[in-house]
Design a protein around this ligand. Structure first.
Ligand code: NAD
Length: 475
């Protein structure tokens, strides 16, 4: 189902007319998305204003990441030294500037390191940075604050200051969303700064176009390190994607394959034709299984072991809705949603953890914003999607010593057949009630899954990443 307002907004004359007439029509900004797999310099020529880096430990990894990604940093304050060597090595010399004398033009990104702030009055520096730079943030730009976890603060004052960053970023996301711009908070643990820079690269890139208003926790918990290259990062890896026949699963299979993985595309036997086409298009394999079949876990494990010697990436994407208010819901509707979306995921994961999922592996479960916020008529669906969050949180520490991460992704309103079937008024509300004022595409969710499948995301585990355009419901 096409988005009329988004199409209208692509016509500059229509945009001008609506503005001139002062019509109260919220025209969303067309999002800039990546095409093709990760490239060598994903931030090529992006002008990124960096501040607050003086005393913190983030300066060196951020400077290196920006230089090797092809960005053009403008450094506010006294951190220029950290940017000098990487700038020279990659031919990307950083420029120094003051907030009162910013260079001409628009900025593609604005980053502020607030990780050393320890008392409420110090938050003033955050205000000053974004007050000066945000009005110049380009359409589709990126704002990122870097902080530390409130839970590990030494004093209540420091905890308050750290937690304040979250409210700041969530509000900023709502302010800049109409420009198609996003805002995130990276909460980076002590010692995980290099991993934080890897996540920063992702959120600054066009691959995170539909992620906004997110606190993202980066830890040193999981064994392993990011590889020197992010290009074809899944070369020689085997990935299983359930529900790969269409929608988000199909988009994910394509992206994982483009990053070099051999993708095993799983769907129900009745979707043979569709899923076989996806597998053919990407040179992957087909696995026809109903995941609720009691033999499914063994069948999947046996197949992955026999044909591929194991698996590296598991994407639990297959899912269904069986919406009814609780009084009208049949036991079968309850059973189907909870078993397909949650029960089967738990059973299959257990089978794969018994010697099929290799060390350094990745597990990604498709949760939903409904699992965070709840929804009328979705007690079964929301229970299952919320259950997945509890599952990844508990599983993550147990798998960390093996270098395995396990995360959930919570999509908001994504344009697929699921959402095309929603009544028109509710569909419009789903699209518009978000910071970016539009629905996401399957590609947006697939990009997040693909990032969580790559070695560069080793710092994220036990987390829920919302891909929801800053949905006004949910946390
Ligand atoms: P979709 O209906 O387009 O695709 C789901 C796929 O899962 C289908 O190909 C289906 O055949 C497969 N599947 C269903 N039951 C199965 C079973 N028992 N065994 C094997 N395969 C089975 O859905 P989508 O919109 O692409 O959603 C993908 C995932 O993302 C789901 O888990 C969904 O709950 C979640 N999600 C989607 C949205 C959205 O807006 N589209 C929002 C939040 C969460």
């Amino acid at each position: 189902m096409s988005d009329f307002l988004l199409q209208l907004g692509q016509n500059p004359q229509a945009r001008r007319l609506i503005k001139a007439l002062g019509l109260p029509v919220p025209i969303p900004q067309t999002l800039r998305r990546a095409r093709g797999p990760w490239e060598e310099r994903p931030l090529a020529d992006k002008v990124i204003v960096v501040g607050g880096m003086g005393a913190g430990r983030m300066a060196a990894p951020v400077a290196k990441m920006l230089a090797e990604s092809g960005a053009e940093p403008i450094v506010i304050g006294d951190a220029l030294d950290a940017f000098r060597a990487p700038g020279e090595a990659f031919g990307r010399p950083a420029r120094a500037a003051q907030l009162g004398e910013l260079p001409e033009g628009k900025f593609d990104g604005v980053v502020f390191d607030a990780s050393e702030l320890a008392e409420p009055a110090a938050l003033r520096a955050l205000y000053e940075h974004f007050h000066a730079v945000t009005p110049r943030l380009a359409a589709g730009g990126r704002a990122v604050v870097i902080g530390r976890a409130a839970a590990t603060a030494k004093t209540p004052e420091a905890a308050a200051t750290r937690r304040a960053l979250e409210g700041f970023v969530r509000s900023l996301a709502k302010e800049v969303g109409k420009r198609g711009a996003t805002a995130q908070l990276l909460i980076v643990d002590d010692g995980a700064e290099a991993r934080g820079a890897e996540v920063l690269r992702f959120v600054l890139s066009p691959r995170a176009a539909f992620i906004t208003g997110q606190p993202i926790h980066v830890t040193g918990e999981v064994t392993g390190k990011a590889p020197p290259t992010r290009v074809r990062a899944l070369e020689k890896k085997v990935a299983l994607v359930t529900g790969a026949a269409r929608g988000i699963g199909e988009a994910t299979a394509h992206l994982l394959s483009a990053e070099g993985a051999h993708v095993v595309c799983l769907d129900r036997p009745e979707d043979d034709a569709l899923v076989s086409k996806v597998a053919r298009d990407i040179g992957g394999s087909v696995l026809l299984v109903d995941i609720t079949d009691p033999h499914a876990p063994k069948k999947i494990a046996d197949e992955l072991r026999a044909a591929h010697g194991g698996v590296d990436v598991v994407v639990h994407n297959a899912g269904v809705t069986r919406d009814k208010t609780i009084g009208n819901m049949t036991a079968e509707q309850w059973e189907q949603a909870v078993d397909i979306n949650l029960g089967a995921v738990v059973r299959i994961t257990s089978a794969l953890l018994a010697g099929v999922l290799r060390d350094g592996g990745r597990i990604v479960c498709l949760s939903s914003v409904a699992g965070i916020a709840g929804n009328v008529g979705q007690t079964n669906y929301a229970a299952s999607k919320s259950g997945l969050i509890g599952y990844v949180e508990k599983l993550a520490p147990a798998l960390a010593p093996r270098g395995i991460t396990v995360n959930a992704i919570a999509p908001g309103f994504i344009e697929t057949r699921l959402t095309a079937a929603i009544p028109m008024m509710i569909r419009e509300a789903g699209r518009r009630l978000s910071a970016l004022g539009q629905g996401g595409l399957p590609q947006d969710v697939a990009e997040a899954i693909s990032f969580l499948a790559q070695p560069a995301s080793v710092g994220i585990t036990g987390s829920v990443l919302r891909v929801c355009g800053g949905a006004l419901i949910g946390a």
